[in-house]
Design a protein around this ligand. Structure first.
Ligand code: G6Q
Length: 544
């Protein structure tokens, strides 16, 4: 029989085990096992994971792995890779793994192999990317395209921006890339103020092609282009679309020959390696894009086949369940020590929280006795150290951290990289082992000051290392987190692949827009706060 999560034997055993070990210090765990730092590590797809600085014993791991078995993690992984419709509330398969399947692999959805379609779109993207990169895709006036502006939001923006920033080292420096997402006109205005419409290509990236923000920005882009080029025929040279909705793309006036498709089995936040990655491919070129896909695929294969005790996404996911479920940790800090990964935490916020920020089980039962997704946040190191790390070291909250670092810098300058990486190791060490009051006193600190200078330690972290930030490694890193999210969702028995939570706000905004813009004072029937705010806004705008 299926138990609710907290009734499962492994969960209850973990609860009892937690009572026994939650006060054990990492200092003790390391002192008791000189091999711990070598033993509690795993490696795959070019990523090395050190998870020794976690508040776990071999028994903790054994119980977490037992929990994975009891929750049928294996069965759920197989169902995803098989193309089962595991997104049950939208009746869809979840096959971002098919986006990076090598040609020749077979993955069926409703009895049709989707891999040939994936490669046909990749080939079409490559053909287009080569033309733009080579200066052969000409604007309406015959000048080559020099600026590429991706218009999209959420999953149609965060992945492309993150990947562009992460792989900037590999990008064509003759092209300028901008990303417009916000319906705030400032975003469009600032992204385009120094661009020449005759040399600017817009990629309108929208799975549905109905998203309010993206459509507003796309129409503004169209008007901006026409104001300079004065001919509807210019649109075909300056706009391409990435979408699943050919009809809406046609209605907008974009030739569907200039449309790059994808499929309903690709979730927005899992789409950066679909045609949504067109801006990435133009930036870094088709070969690098294929290397990115190969990195994703390497991690997919590892996730699908490796035993859970050596499986990076499984370990990462189960450790998150451990702190979230038993230590009541509310957040996870992701701290990449690489300036190119500055948008990685923002990208992960959507991936993790839109996926696992759910409050009912797959069967629709309210979850009231365990936590679902933690809050993910972070900033690149070392900057964060001079800001919020104080709280991680000495605050009263427990914040598990993921440190991400590389063996080589893509911009080796003097000793910068050694300085950078020494901070990764020092921070993880300081968090784990801290500095005791005795040590502080022994250094001559007056007794009254000693508590302020004491670091309790016992603060857990992962350290993820790779040789250097290549397209392959970026793919493996993103897939690691995608699958860690999957593991967490499987344990919590929720659907990581829908996002009904974003609907209510959208519907209410659609109702309020006419109340803000109408000539005559509208009848307002909201609560007293919303009514008063609308009236005040109308007054600010000089409306009745
Ligand atoms: C992602 C979400 C959401 C979506 C945006 C944009 O998983 O579904 O962030 O990506 O709302 O949607 P469109 O691509 O349809 O414009």
């Amino acid at each position: 029989m299926t138990h609710p999560l907290t009734q499962r034997p492994a969960w209850q055993a973990l609860a009892a085990h937690f009572d026994q070990i939650h006060q054990v210090h990492l200092r003790t765990l390391f002192a008791d096992d000189p091999q711990r730092g070598q033993r509690l590590t795993a490696e795959a797809a070019g990523l090395f994971l050190d998870y020794s600085k976690h508040r776990i014993t071999d028994e903790t791991l054994r119980l977490l792995l037992a929990l994975a078995e009891e929750c049928d993690l294996r069965g759920r992984i197989d169902a995803m890779f098989r193309g089962d419709k595991i997104n049950i509330t939208e009746n869809r398969a979840v096959l971002h793994v098919a986006l990076r399947a090598p040609a020749g692999q077979h993955i069926d959805v409703d009895g049709v192999d989707v891999v040939p379609d994936v490669h046909a779109v990749l080939d079409k993207m490559a053909g287009f990317a080569r033309l733009v990169r080579g200066g052969q895709w000409l604007g309406y006036t015959g000048r080559p395209i020099r600026n590429v502006v991706n218009i999209g939001i959420g999953g149609s923006d965060l992945g492309p921006v993150m990947a562009y920033e992460a792989l900037r080292h590999y990008s064509a420096r003759t092209l300028t890339f901008r990303f417009v997402s916000n319906v705030d006109g400032t975003d469009f205005a600032e992204a385009t103020h120094d661009l020449d419409p005759a040399e600017t290509l817009f990629i309108v990236a929208s799975k549905t092609f109905t998203t309010q923000e993206t459509m507003a920005n796309a129409h503004t882009a169209r008007a901006w282009t026409l104001a300079a080029l004065h001919d509807e025929a210019a649109i075909a040279r300056h706009f391409v679309a990435v979408s699943t909705n050919a009809a809406k793309v046609g209605e907008f006036g974009i030739d569907t020959a200039n449309m790059f498709g994808f499929w309903d089995w690709v979730g927005g936040r899992y789409s950066m390696d679909s045609a949504i990655g067109l801006s990435t491919m133009i930036a870094v070129g088709p070969e690098n894009f294929h290397a990115l896909l190969a990195g994703f695929h390497a991690m997919d294969e590892h996730f699908r086949t490796a035993p859970f005790e050596r499986n990076l996404p499984a370990l990462l996911g189960l450790l998150t369940v451990w702190y979230n479920g038993f230590f009541d940790a509310q957040t996870v800090a992701v701290l990449p020590y690489d300036q190119y990964l500055k948008r990685f935490p923002a990208y992960l916020q959507q991936l993790t929280m839109e996926s696992n920020g759910k409050r009912v089980t797959l069967a629709g039962a309210a979850i009231d006795d365990y936590q679902t997704s933690p809050i993910y946040w972070g900033e690149p190191g070392t900057n964060g150290q001079h800001s919020f790390y104080q709280l991680i070291h000495q605050g009263v909250k427990l914040i598990p951290c993921d440190f991400i670092g590389f063996g080589h810098s893509l911009n080796p300058l003097g000793n910068h990289h050694d300085l950078l990486m020494s901070n990764v190791f020092a921070q993880a060490e300081a968090l784990a082992f801290g500095k005791s009051t005795e040590q502080v006193l022994a250094e001559g600190t007056p007794a009254w000051l000693a508590p302020h200078r004491t670091f309790p330690g016992n603060r857990p972290s992962n350290v993820i290392l790779a040789e250097r930030l290549t397209p392959e490694i970026l793919g493996a890193l993103v897939a690691l987190y995608e699958h860690s999210v999957f593991v967490q969702g499987a344990i919590w028995d929720i659907n990581p692949f829908d996002q009904w939570g974003v609907e209510l706000g959208k519907a209410l905004a659609n109702r309020i827009t006419p109340e803000l813009t109408s000539e005559a004072a509208p009848e307002l029937s909201h609560d007293s706060s919303t009514n008063a705010l609308i009236r005040r806004y109308r007054a600010l705008r000089g409306r009745a």
